[in-house]
Design a protein around this ligand. Structure first.
Ligand code: PEP
Ligand code: MG
Length: 757
């Protein structure tokens, strides 16, 4: 750490700058004062501020030392000259002989040719470059590490001025600032629909109100205390594994711990406070640099580590400010578009549905549970949008197109109008789908396809009537458990299951018993640490090991089904013995209810979710025992290809529309037919018109999907010639062309045959 005396200058500078920030003068006058203070404090002849515009050019906004006439006239491209180089690389650059640098380019109107030494730093916010701050000296000199530090710290103040929009007042028409520029981003479509609204950060960014320390000692103490508190917290999490929220696995915590004890990181924080920043500003300063550096690295592993560092910095900021971790419902505007890096399904369910218009995630694949919940709630959602959290400011206008995967941040008026039109068009198309409600889903050559609906929340239920689904093919009971604050009591469960059956107008409901574990965590249940949660203690495995839980759910289901037809299926069955054990449990519950004088269901069908590959080699034994099978393609696909359904990097590598996976489906369908047992599919692919077409082509006759997919899938079915499709599928499946995905071929087929997708 530098000597204390050596930094009196920087601290004085920060104090001067703080005064300049508080003065009631115009933004230009403030900038002009700031450059004078910096130049004089750093004993430089020149200090200039360049700000990045929306057109990608850097504009000279203020200078001390260069020709004043050049202000707002001199501009350069990112990458052009030394200033452009700094903007592009987001790294400081210190040169004792600037003119010999290969990137040097000289702007005659500024009169800078007489200055030899050059020190420039990026003006950063959240890892994005907003501008460049430069000092220059006539003499050849070497700038010290400390001077670079000081200039970086000063650049934070400028970042604040730019980000808060203060400079907006001195922007010339047509030369808008980059910070607020409209951005069209592209991600993966997760949930259908178009949402227009305003950005709400799921984990709100902490706005640092005071950058410059009043009392240095006090700030040092605050920083040290916050570091210890965060460290203790993390150590406790690692050691005990308690209080872990969804997704916080041991590995992440270990990485946290590593960073929290990283001496380099801690030193940089302390140094930043030492230069005169508040503890919060120091955290932001150090994090900005880390972001700028890591974001530009091609190595995805390093970029991933940036997330850990971000989380850690965030924890420190929350510790320092005492502010809450997630946005509270009462702070939601009426048209909130949630923006998050990642989110568990329970977190999404915590928000007031009525106020949510959309969801944008930096991560999250189509079959992640948060995507499933978004679809169930009818919230348009897009995933895999890189760096959206950095680009979006709370309150920014934003449009989410969950059908195409487009996200428009701060859209210009014409774009907004176009999307408004798109939303209206979609509503019209929905109207047409509604007209199909009572039309049976039968192909042109007379093959009936049963379309069912997936549900799990009370809000889903009215859709059964609206869509004309034949039944609820999958009721995910765990979603209700996830929104509850404590384990639902027996009576509450009975009431809930009854209300589900009441709401479906006599249509059957297939209840799936609790599928918890993996990323589906009950807030009131002890969290447990697992290396591989997807391969861990999940679903029926918990149900059989903790029979009390499953038994009470079964009892509630059977009581709710009193006098009615009842369908129950078990998730994640891997072995026939598990089904046998579960069936025995059902038998015991039936006997218990009978003994106590309850009316039993008038019929009871028991089935399994086929989602673990081991079942594929027990099809005879399974089909001999079950009443029905529902293929859980989300999990089955991830296990067949050994590709985590939530892992962004895997999202494009493997496609269910590939020979191996379609062969698996065909094998199950053929077996079911031979055994005379019904089989449906309830994974997300059933709701994609193209995928559903291929599934029908390999023989499936029942699909269960989100409500909004039923219309489009039915429209597709109505246009099909099943015999022709079957022939095409046999041809495609038999081909050995060494390729993976059949998607393009399927799309071409649909186009040629006029099948709407
Ligand atoms: C599946 O795995 O396909 C399925 C429908 O269940 P879930 O998505 O709830 O795991
Ligand atoms: Mg599953």
């Amino acid at each position: 750490m530098p000597e204390r005396g050596a930094l009196a200058g920087p601290r004085l500078l920060l104090r001067r700058l703080r005064e300049a920030m508080a003065e009631p003068v115009s933004p230009q006058a403030r900038l002009d004062k700031i450059v004078v203070h910096i130049a004089s404090n750093m004993v430089a002849e020149v200090c200039s501020v360049y700000v990045l515009r929306a057109d990608g050019r850097l504009e000279l906004f203020a200078t001390e030392g260069l020709n004043r006439e050049a202000v707002h006239l001199t501009t350069m491209r990112a990458g052009e000259g030394l200033v452009g180089l700094i903007a592009e690389s987001a790294e400081p650059l210190a040169l004792s002989d600037a003119q010999s640098h290969p990137a040097f380019s000289y702007k005659p109107e500024t009169g800078e040719e007489i200055y030899h030494s050059f020190l420039g730093v990026p003006i950063l916010r959240g890892g994005n470059t907003l501008g460049v701050l430069v000092v220059q000296n006539r003499a050849r000199r070497t700038y010290s590490e400390e001077e670079i530090e000081v200039l970086q710290t000063t650049a934070m103040l400028l970042a604040e001025m730019i980000a808060t929009g203060e400079l907006q007042a001195i922007v010339r028409p047509g030369a808008e600032l980059g910070m607020r520029r409209p951005m069209a981003l592209e991600g993966a479509p997760l949930a259908e629909g178009v949402g227009l609204g305003h950005v709400v950060l799921h984990e709100p960014r902490i706005v640092i109100k005071q950058l410059v320390a009043e009392d240095l000692k006090a700030e040092e103490k605050r920083l040290e205390e916050a570091i210890s508190a965060v460290r203790e917290n993390i150590d406790r999490l690692v050691d005990h594994g308690d209080q872990t929220g969804p997704g916080e696995h041991r590995e992440i915590l270990e990485t946290f711990r590593m960073f929290a004890h990283d001496q380099g990181w801690l030193r940089r924080l302390r140094e930043a406070v030492f230069t005169g920043l508040t503890a919060e500003a120091a955290v932001e300063r150090v994090q900005n640099d880390a972001r700028a550096k890591l974001q530009r690295r091609p190595d995805p592993y390093l970029r991933e580590r940036l997330h850990d560092l971000d989380d850690l910095a965030n924890r420190l900021l929350h510790q320092l400010t005492g502010l809450p971790f997630v946005t509270a419902n009462d702070q939601l505007p009426d048209n909130a578009i949630l923006v998050a890096r990642s989110m568990g399904p329970a977190a999404l369910l915590d928000y007031d549905r009525k106020k949510l218009r959309g969801l944008v995630l930096e991560e999250g694949g189509r079959s992640s549970h948060v995507a499933i919940v978004a679809r169930a709630l009818g919230i348009p959602a897009v995933g895999e949008v890189p760096n959206i959290i950095d680009y979006a400011e709370p309150g920014d206008a934003i449009i989410v197109d969950g059908s195409s995967g487009e996200v428009q941040l701060r859209p210009p008026q014409d774009v907004e109008a176009a999307y408004g039109e798109k939303a209206r068009l979609r509503a019209r198309r929905q109207e047409q789908y509604r007209k199909l409600r009572d039309v049976p889903a039968v192909t042109k050559d007379g093959v009936a396809i049963d379309l069912h609906m997936n549900a799990g929340l009370q809000v889903d239920l009215p859709h059964v009537e609206e869509t004309g689904a034949l039944s609820i093919g999958l009721f995910r009971t765990e979603l209700q458990f996830m929104v509850a604050s404590q384990f639902p009591r027996m009576e509450a469960q009975v009431e809930l299951y009854k209300s589900v059956m009441d709401a479906t107008g006599g249509r059957p409901v297939t209840f799936r018993t609790l599928d918890i574990g993996g990323d589906k965590i009950l807030p009131y249940m002890d969290a447990f640490e697992e290396e591989n949660p997807a391969l861990g203690w999940r679903a029926i495995r918990i149900g059989l090991d903790r029979p009390g839980l499953l038994r009470s759910q079964l009892r509630a289901l059977l009581r709710a089904g009193s006098g009615r037809d009842m369908r129950i299926m078990f998730p994640m069955v891997s072995d026939v013995s598990e089904f046998v054990a579960a069936k025995e449990m059902v038998g015991r519950e039936l006997r218990h209810l009978e003994r106590h004088g309850y009316t039993l269901p008038s019929s009871l069908k028991l089935g399994i979710m086929l989602e673990v590959p081991s079942v594929l080699w027990q099809l005879d034994e399974i089909f001999a025992r079950v009443d029905f099978v529902s293929i859980g393609s989300n999990d089955l696909f991830q296990y067949v290809f050994a590709a985590d359904r939530d892992n962004r990097r895997m999202a494009h590598r493997f496609d269910p529309m590939s020979r191996p996976f379609l062969r698996v489906i065909k094998q199950v369908v053929d077996h079911a037919r031979a055994a005379g047992k019904p089989v449906t599919l309830c994974g997300e692919i059933g709701g994609s018109a193209l995928d559903a077409m291929a599934l029908i082509g390999v023989g499936l006759r029942g699909l269960s999907m989100t409500a909004s997919s039923i219309g489009p899938v039915k429209a597709m079915v109505l246009a099909l010639d099943e015999q022709d499709l079957r022939a095409e599928m046999s041809r495609l499946m038999a081909q050995d062309d060494g390729t993976h995905s059949l998607r393009a071929a399927l799309r071409a087929y649909a186009e040629a045959k006029g099948v709407p997708l």
